[in-house]
Design a protein around this ligand. Structure first.
Ligand SMILES: Cc1cc2nc3c(=O)[nH]c(=O)nc-3n(C[C@H](O)[C@H](O)[C@H](O)COP(=O)(O)O)c2cc1C
Length: 324
């Protein structure tokens, strides 16, 4: 399947693995890229630019296919060394960067000068248009269903994707709630040139996380995610657990007085314990509603192969209906 996205990134299938904190290590990105998709290393999971340079080199040892690096601009207590991370990306010869969280305008010239394609992930048409106007090559349009930060507009992909198609000139991929061949064909129908998946890729054999995380996604239904940090306008969709319910109780009790410090125990620095040690009640971790559509733990190659097969079967079936 050739689309504007497969051509832009030099990949076989129009499927991207979105950056994921403490999931997007070299093993994850290489597995997706080796399966014909675009794997992405999560830049900020690496503590220093030197660590990121090392992770890029490790990924290169595992695949000769294109892969990308995610750079997330989110409200953090101490601003990371973004210039250093960008140097590591450029010097590491990475050709695709996924930006997210905030306007990437300040870093764009450095990336473009190095011949890097930039795909900006955003949750609204207005932010997608802004990304287009500042020179991003593509956007990832992340609907309200998504795991992680869906923004504050709450527009699901059945509306958001066709709206993006009506407004954008640059190619875009769907993101949020994508799991299988049906998701891919629906995304194409809405005008996207491919799809981005997060949660689905965590439940794969190669995802470098504790088995408890994969089993939690497998066990979850589409009803098991919660929105946290809404009062702080930093909404995150997470899988429910004891810590999340405690956090929500604090949000209810404190109302408009809630401050980040009140929930720091449930959200700050919890990813290593959850993703590495499998301590599932340690805190809030991003997970999409699409967990309800995750029924197994295949390899990335099996997953992508199955998605493409199902997508092609659906297209053939629709074609058959048209001819009947
Ligand atoms: C565990 C987890 C961690 C994530 N961390 C990041 C991150 O650090 N930066 C980012 O831009 N997106 C992050 N995301 C969002 C994903 O890249 C992707 O946009 C999202 O998962 C798509 O929705 P889906 O989970 O329904 O597929 C994360 C998602 C998950 C599930």
């Amino acid at each position: 399947m050739k689309t504007a996205i497969t051509e832009m990134f030099g990949i076989e299938h129009p499927i991207i693995q979105g950056g994921m904190h403490y999931v997007g290590f070299a093993e994850m990105a290489a597995a997706v890229s080796n399966a014909g998709g675009l794997g992405i290393i999560t830049g900020l999971t690496q503590k220093t630019p030197a660590d990121l340079a090392n992770e890029i080199a490790r990924c290169r040892d595992m695949t000769d296919k294109p892969f990308g690096v995610n750079l997330t601009f989110l409200p953090t207590v101490n601003a990371p060394d973004y210039p250093g991370y960008i140097r590591a990306i450029v010097e590491g010869g990475v050709k695709v960067v996924e930006t997210a969280g905030n306007n990437p305008q300040a870093v764009l010239p450095h990336l473009k000068d190095a011949g890097i394609k930039v795909i900006h992930k955003c949750t609204s048409v207005r932010h997608a248009l802004k990304a287009q106007s500042i020179g991003c090559d593509a956007v990832s349009v992340d609907g309200f269903e998504c795991g992680g930060h869906p923004g504050e507009d709450d527009v699901p992909n059945f509306i958001l994707l066709p709206r993006a198609a009506d407004e954008l000139e640059i190619p875009f991929v769907s993101s949020g709630g994508m799991a299988d061949g049906r998701s891919l064909v629906a995304s194409l129908a809405f005008g996207a040139a491919g799809m981005n998946m997060g949660t689905r890729f965590i439940a794969t054999k190669e995802a470098p996380v504790h088995d408890n995380v994969k089993q939690a996604i497998l066990a979850a239904s589409e009803l098991d995610t919660r929105l946290v940090m809404r009062p702080l306008r930093n909404t995150e969709r997470v899988l429910t657990n004891d810590a999340v319910e405690r956090l929500l109780e604090k949000e209810r009790a404190l109302g408009a007085d809630l401050k980040f410090e009140d929930i720091i125990e449930e959200v700050a620095g919890v990813y290593p314990s959850i993703m590495r040690e499998g301590e599932m009640d340690r805190g809030a971790w991003s997970c999409g509603m699409v967990a309800g559509l995750v029924y197994d733990i295949p390899t990335c190659r099996e997953l992508i192969k199955r998605i493409m097969k199902q997508a092609n079967e659906i297209v053939d079936r629709i074609d058959g209906l048209r001819r009947a």
